[in-house]
Design a protein around this ligand. Structure first.
Ligand code: ADP
Ligand code: ZN
Ligand code: ZN
Length: 747
């Protein structure tokens, strides 16, 4: 091969294409390798070789040469080059940006520091060693080194070790190496995250009937290297054990597996379970690793030293060869969708990798996303079910408590009488409790009881949030702070109060009611440090703390056998978000939170407080009736043309002046109208197109307008999405625009 095509590491649409370079005589270059190339008037720049090129039409003298490869192996495997191309085409980002997802950021621009250690290896043949050593009798240090090496295992030793035993010996080592009696080698030492967790290997439990039934479908598919499954298993049904057995089957075939979890810092248990069964064969990738750790773990994977990679969404890019299985745990979680450029959905990429590499896909959840469950109904995914908990443990009983009734009876506290009773009984029995609050902060917002005025941020159209530490109001959008007003700026009333319920307020209430009991709080405010999550969870696990008060963070995957009571202090905030998914998210959250109770031998009790007890998400979640919720919600989505029936494309304009934003959005709408008019097969979507003020109209003094179009999710719509995305790219001073496809937040 004499030519190859290279993507240069510049993320700009003007250079978003391959460039041809000549491979100099005698240089080995492979697709996926990083290389240095000259580019434009820059002498050297990093690039990635995409493919060879047999014939090149460009005149010989105009083609430049590759300078050198950066590594002697391809950093990007061929199947991952394919994945980058897929991201490039579907998320409208430059190929260079897509490629950057596939190797550690630390490698770019050579910012990495490799940890290396020097070893001395004896090279003298065994039969003449004594002779050689005696010949060095005038240089006792050299003789001592030779002797030490003769006696050590493998006839080698780290030079640092030799120095610590024999004193400074650099000169002697250099001399011996020069004489050819020893060899000095630099060897890489890989940093290992979770080093302290190498720990205990655990024995296999006997599988339950349901686990066995699920595996009897899964394992044959894994053997054949095919299949796409959705495992719908209630909380506590033992899904993790299914993962472990499936991964083991894959490893037995000499293949590898990826296990994706929503956020690894919140699922230390999953890591420890895998570590206890797979030891060194398991690698962990996540955002809280230090750059050095991440780079080393990446290389361990790239070299084929691990069998299974556990990680958050970016672990889908793990450079594993021979992938046989990809598991997506808690597949309904939004964290699988990356919002920043390049936008991608790890679940889609998992499916793509499985298809491309002949692997089995396993999505799993106690509350599957509507999209996945709909695919299962259509037969596109094979549904596997585990409807009961391990060891016949009952699902917790959920009591809905109508807070309007409590108010009528004069109870203004954050706890209903029933929840307080439950908590008291739980503490008296020596068990533990989890109290879930859907917001952080002491109280959510401040409002006037006389006239209803609420304090808004002066720069954003959003209520400010009260924080008792510092006694200030803060805007969660722009960070602006101000003191709490003593009287209502509207009507002068002094009855201006905190409303809503935050984690701090609940924690204080618990302290007041249960003075001798240690309660811990877990929310954004208390988990800023590197190990803060793990520390709080450990203090709770050990039984030191009896009550854990927390936000969304405590809803996920935690398994505490001693927790018998769960209190959902206020279910309402999540039902009221101006977003078509609020009911789905509320159902998922309520079910997951309730699922934290009664996971061992004592049955669990859940108290759900709400001002809207008839809401179908509350009602179905309290019965853990996923199917009833699914039917109801799908009906609504179909009527209102929401996903999974459609794709929502949204173009947001943020302008200095309100009128400007509206004008830009309308202009874009005009362009789209012309576009749709010209295409009969897309024309019907015209009537779904709207120009509106965004639900949060102003953020940081920018006025926000949106153009929204809903289309049935079909390949022909790609063209329209591309057009929208191109409109977002247009140059506008004083007005910024972004294109979002099925965005996580519609605010
Ligand atoms: P899920 O992820 O489905 O909510 P887990 O995987 O956390 O459930 O399992 C719930 C509990 O049941 C865990 O404590 C786990 O160790 C235990 N468990 C799982 N499978 C078995 C089994 N076959 N025998 C005994 N205990 C099991
Ligand atoms: Zn007022
Ligand atoms: Zn603000």
């Amino acid at each position: 091969m004499r030519f190859c095509q290279v993507i240069v590491d510049i993320a700009h649409e003007d250079v978003d294409r391959v460039f041809t370079y000549r491979i100099p005589e005698g240089m080995t270059v492979l697709p996926g390798m990083r290389v240095h190339v000259p580019f434009g008037h820059r002498k050297r720049i990093e690039g990635i070789v995409i493919r060879f090129e047999e014939h090149c039409d460009v005149p010989e003298d105009r083609i430049r040469e590759i300078q050198e490869p950066l590594e002697d192996y391809p950093v990007i495997l061929p199947q991952l080059l394919d994945l980058a191309d897929y991201i490039h085409r579907t998320s409208f980002c430059a190929m260079a940006q897509a490629l950057r997802l596939l190797y550690p950021a630390e490698m770019r621009g050579e910012r990495i520091t490799q940890k290396k250690r020097e070893f001395a290896v004896l090279t003298v043949p065994e039969d003449i060693r004594t002779q050689v050593r005696e010949a060095q009798h005038r240089a006792p240090k050299r003789a001592a080194i030779l002797e030490a090496l003769e006696q050590s295992e493998g006839n080698e030793a780290e030079t640092a070790l030799l120095r610590s035993r024999l004193g400074e010996c650099r000169q002697a080592l250099t001399a011996l190496a020069a004489m050819g009696l020893i060899r000095l080698e630099q060897r890489e030492i890989l940093r290992r995250p979770y080093g302290e967790m190498e720990a205990l290997s655990a024995a296999d439990p006997e599988l339950t009937l349901e686990q066995r039934a699920v595996l009897s479908q899964l394992l044959p598919a894994i053997d054949r290297g095919e299949g796409r499954f959705l495992l719908y298993g209630v909380t506590g049904s033992g899904k993790t054990e299914v993962y472990i057995r499936a991964v083991r089957a894959v490893a037995a075939q000499g293949k590898t597996a990826i296990v994706l979890v929503p956020e690894i810092a919140l699922t230390p248990q999953m890591v420890s379970w895998f570590r206890s069964r797979f030891g060194e064969d398991a690698a962990v990738l996540h955002s809280r690793l230090s750059p050095g750790e991440r780079y080393d773990e990446w290389r361990r994977i790239r070299r084929g030293e691990v069998r299974v990679v556990i990680g958050a969404r970016s672990a889908i890019f793990a450079p594993l060869d021979r992938v046989g299985l990809i598991i997506v745990d808690e597949e309904h979680e939004q964290t699988y969708q990356a919002e920043n450029t390049p936008q991608y959905d790890a679940r889609d990429l998992a499916r793509r990798r499985c298809e491309r590499e002949g692997a089995t896909l396993l999505l799993a959840s106690a509350t599957p996303s509507l999209r996945s469950f709909a695919l299962a109904q259509r037969g596109d995914l094979t549904l596997l079910e585990m409807p009961t908990r391990v060891a016949g443990r009952p699902l917790p009983e959920v009591r809905i408590i109508d807070m309007r009734e409590e108010l009528r009876q004069g109870n203004r506290s954050v706890f209903s009488g029933a929840m307080l009773d439950g908590l008291t009984r739980c503490m008296e029995a020596g068990k533990q409790a989890i109290l879930f609050v859907n917001r952080r902060g002491y109280s959510t917002f401040v409002s006037c009881r006389s006239c209803g005025y609420t304090v808004q941020c002066p720069h954003c159209d959003i209520s400010m949030t009260y924080h008792s530490s510092g006694n200030v109001l803060r805007c969660h959008y722009c960070g602006m702070e101000q003191p709490v007003p003593a009287e209502c700026p509207e009507c002068g009333s002094r009855y201006i109060r905190y409303f809503g319920t935050g984690t701090q307020r609940v924690e204080e209430e618990v302290r007041r009611r249960f003075p001798g009991v240690l309660a811990l709080r877990m929310d954004n405010d208390t988990t800023r440090g590197k190990d803060a999550h793990a520390t709080i969870l450990e203090r709770f696990r050990s039984g030191e703390a009896k009550i854990l008060v927390g936000t969304q963070m405590i809803a996920k995957g935690l398994d505490f056998p001693n927790v018998t009571m769960v209190g959902i202090v206020a279910a309402d905030a999540m039902l009221k978000l101006p977003d078509y998914r609020s009911a789905e998210r509320a159902f998922q959250l309520l079910t997951q939170v309730a699922g934290r109770a009664g996971r061992a031998d004592t049955s669990g009790e859940v108290f759900l407080q709400t001002y809207d007890p008839e809401h179908y998400a509350v009602e179905t979640a309290s019965r853990q009736d996923y199917r009833a919720f699914y039917e109801r919600e799908m009906h609504y989505r179909r009527q209102a043309l929401y996903p999974p029936f459609t794709v929502i494309a949204r173009l947001v304009f943020e302008a200095d002046e309100d009128e400007r934003g509206r004008r830009e959005a309308s202009a874009a709408a005009g362009e789209m109208e012309a576009f749709f008019e010209k295409r009969l097969y897309l024309k019907k979507y015209l009537k779904t197109m709207r120009v509106l003020e965004c639900p949060v109209h102003r953020i940081r003094d920018k006025y926000r307008w949106e153009l929204v179009v809903k289309m049935v999710d079909q390949p022909v719509c790609r063209e329209a999405l591309e057009r929208l995305s191109a409109l977002a790219e247009g140059d506008r001073t004083g007005c910024r625009s972004v294109c979002q496809i099925n965005p996580q937040s519609l605010l």
